[in-house]
Design a protein around this ligand. Structure first.
Ligand SMILES: NC(=O)c1ccc[n+]([C@@H]2O[C@H](COP(=O)([O-])OP(=O)(O)OC[C@H]3O[C@@H](n4cnc5c(N)ncnc54)[C@H](OP(=O)(O)O)[C@@H]3O)[C@@H](O)[C@H]2O)c1
Length: 300
């Protein structure tokens, strides 16, 4: 079986390709936007890197030929002058859907985010909701996975945690009191491959979160403890962070904005976790943290 993965050089993409090289009978067309991104992919006879552009649907469709499933990972939380929510989250999804239709792909998997909603007042959540709608209305059967913060070696979430935990003092947005349900990125990759192998009919949306609910400040304290670091946690009031971010993000044309702050300080909660339905058993948070710290220790 062959699948096409967009944003294959993303942290989720590289993890997914790692799983593909180790298990099962799946080969991958790994779509990336540059030679340097292609060079960052795992090397395996099961993986064929293709340089793609989301502005050229015809070429995108050609790249996807032979794939039965598209896994659409390309997407951003933090905007830059070149990558906006409109082009990276919405227009790229529209291009991928049209290319999948032309290439005769039978199923699309979209990685979305908890709280995605085309009617949201938050620009990021709105763009992810619009992407969901484009996929769900495509006429191709689809599975949308709404996920929380992802943790595991190579994720931005893990890098931020370890970076903060190794300081003597960290000041957290709103004191880090927001509750999270971190999902191990290996669990997400397993769920994606399970869906590709046994796709459901029609369009469905699932929320997939990790097994433990924990406040960010407690998660950070736990990581600091595992590293043997003593950390004092202070607070940056949200109003202050957002007014600073409003100015800097406007000047820079991107970066941390009030929109991003609202997303990363929300409580992550779900009605029904899709782990059982998606055929995965969730990795305990303690095991995820061990994996992150082992990888960091090996990198030193
Ligand atoms: N990481 C998390 O905690 C988390 C949580 C919930 C949902 N997700 C979702 O999971 C997916 C993967 O996330 P990630 O954190 O692994 O991503 P990532 O490492 O930040 O990589 C982002 C990917 O998006 C591509 N991209 C950036 N701007 C683009 C544009 N204008 N047009 C098309 N592609 C563009 C990047 O390509 P270049 O390298 O060429 O720029 C890269 O492949 C995303 O859709 C994200 O929203 C992630």
């Amino acid at each position: 079986m062959k699948i096409a993965v967009t944003g294959a050089n993303s942290s989720v993409g590289r993890n997914l390709l790692g799983h593909v090289t180790e298990e099962g009978d799946i080969s991958v067309i790994a779509g990336v936007r540059s030679e340097s991104a292609a060079a960052s992919l795992p090397v395996s006879p099961k993986i064929t890197a293709r340089i793609i552009s989301y502005d050229d649907v015809g070429e995108l469709a050609k790249a996807m030929e032979g794939a039965s499933c598209t896994v659409h990972l390309a997407g951003i939380l933090i905007e830059s002058r070149a990558s906006t929510y409109e082009n990276a989250n919405v227009a790229a999804t529209a291009a991928v859907v049209e290319a999948s239709q032309r290439a005769g792909v039978q199923h699309i998997v979209l990685i979305s985010v908890l709280g995605a909603n085309p009617g949201s007042r938050n620009r990021f959540l709105r763009s992810k909701g619009e992407a969901e709608r484009i996929v769900a209305d495509s006429g191709i059967s689809s599975t949308i996975l709404r996920t929380p913060i992802l943790l595991g070696p190579g994720t931005a979430g893990a890098d931020a945690l370890v970076g903060l935990a190794t300081r003597r003092r960290a000041r957290l947005l709103g004191g880090g009191r927001n509750k999270m349900r971190p999902l191990d990125v290996d669990d997400l990759s397993r769920a994606i491959l399970h869906i590709c192998e046994t796709p459901l009919e029609g369009a469905s949306i699932h929320e997939l979160v990790g097994p433990e609910s924990i406040a960010y400040r407690d998660l950070l304290t736990r990581v600091a403890g595992l590293l043997g670091c003593s950390l004092s946690i202070g607070t940056i009031p949200l109003w202050m962070a957002k007014s600073g971010a409003a100015i800097t993000s406007r000047l820079r044309g991107g970066g941390i904005s009030p929109t991003v702050i609202d997303v990363i300080t929300r409580d992550e909660a779900v009605q029904l976790n899709a782990d059982t339905e998606l055929g995965i058993s969730l990795t305990p948070l303690s095991v995820t943290l061990e994996k992150i710290l082992t990888e960091k220790a090996q990198a030193i």
